[in-house]
Design a protein around this ligand. Structure first.
Ligand code: DQA
Length: 289
């Protein structure tokens, strides 16, 4: 299984009793349990580590640098001043996300500065346990795009390329309940590859529904609550939110469409890796046509 490091810095061993009004009531063991449960759904093996010592954290990162694929790190106060930690993250060259339980930007001024931010893919702060889960998603989004890019180097057909993309997304994101590709054919979108419940909408006129609107507008559309959006073409009562990302190069070839049973499941991070993958697919199509 793919190993991802989850690193907790100084004083996080005291979670549960340490300033619960700021950090919440979960102990570190309980926090790790929730991360482990989520990681399992993403088919990831988490490796946890906590230390109050900068050097031990660096040693842990270095010793796992070859077999781990990425890391999620709450460096505690080291975030704000440890250039040694920053150098270590940069040296081991694994995709890393900086996370914090509290919102560091709404606290004391010294916490607003992060010296590790620049060597991380993202900083996620203020969401409690959810900061770690989203952090893992950002790492997986990065790795998924890398995997797709590698696959595209030798992919035999556009069909294989679409299928690989849909499969990677379905495997890595439990909140993506339906992942599919629609292709532009004339003035319609035709469903091509998908994983999830069969859809009644196999052909959608461009301009109709959220799928059709994204192609007409030539941009990604995120709908946090499909039932509140009059454009939504209902296909399953379970679907609560949706993202549609055009596959766009010199023209629009199609789109990646994802439904979730969770309301508000899609964030700017999802947009980032999905637009990246859509761009890779468009480049592949243009190189191989
Ligand atoms: C923290 C925020 C840091 O400023 C602080 O030093 C911590 C925890 C957080 O998770 O909110 O130890 O990283």
């Amino acid at each position: 299984m793919r190993k991802i490091l989850f690193i907790h810095g100084p004083n996080l061993n005291l979670l549960g009793e340490r300033e619960p009004e700021i950090y919440g009531h979960l102990t570190l063991a309980q926090l790790n349990e929730q991360i482990a449960a989520f990681a399992q759904k993403c088919q990831v093996e988490p490796a946890f580590f906590q230390s109050n010592h900068e050097g031990q954290i660096i040693d842990f990162m270095q010793s796992h640098r070859r077999e781990a694929l990425g890391m999620v790190i709450n460096a505690g106060a080291l975030t704000h001043y440890s250039y040694a930690l920053r150098d270590a993250i940069s040296a081991i060259n694994l995709p890393a996300v900086e996370v914090h339980l509290s919102d560091i930007h709404r606290r004391e001024a010294f916490r607003h500065v992060s010296v590790i931010r620049e060597v991380c893919l993202a900083q996620i702060s203020g969401l409690g346990v959810e900061s770690y889960l989203r952090g893992l998603e950002v790492v997986l989004g990065f790795l998924g795009r890398e995997e797709l890019q590698k696959f595209l180097k030798t992919a035999a057909s556009a069909d294989d390329a679409y299928r690989a993309c849909v499969k990677i997304l379905k495997r890595d994101f439990p909140k993506y309940n339906w992942t599919g590709i629609y292709l532009v054919e004339g003035n319609e979108l035709v469903v091509h590859n998908y994983i999830g419940a069969p859809t009644p909408h196999t052909r959608i006129p461009i301009g109709q529904g959220i799928c059709g609107a994204a192609v007409a507008a030539e941009e990604t559309i995120i709908v946090p609550d499909v039932n509140a959006d009059p454009r939504y073409l209902a296909c399953s009562i379970e679907t609560k939110s949706e993202i549609v990302v055009p596959i766009q190069g010199r023209r629009i070839y199609g789109e990646i469409d994802i439904d979730s049973h969770t309301p508000g499941a899609f964030h700017e991070y999802d947009r980032h890796w999905l637009e990246g993958m859509a761009k890779d697919l468009a480049e592949f199509l243009e190189m191989n046509q």
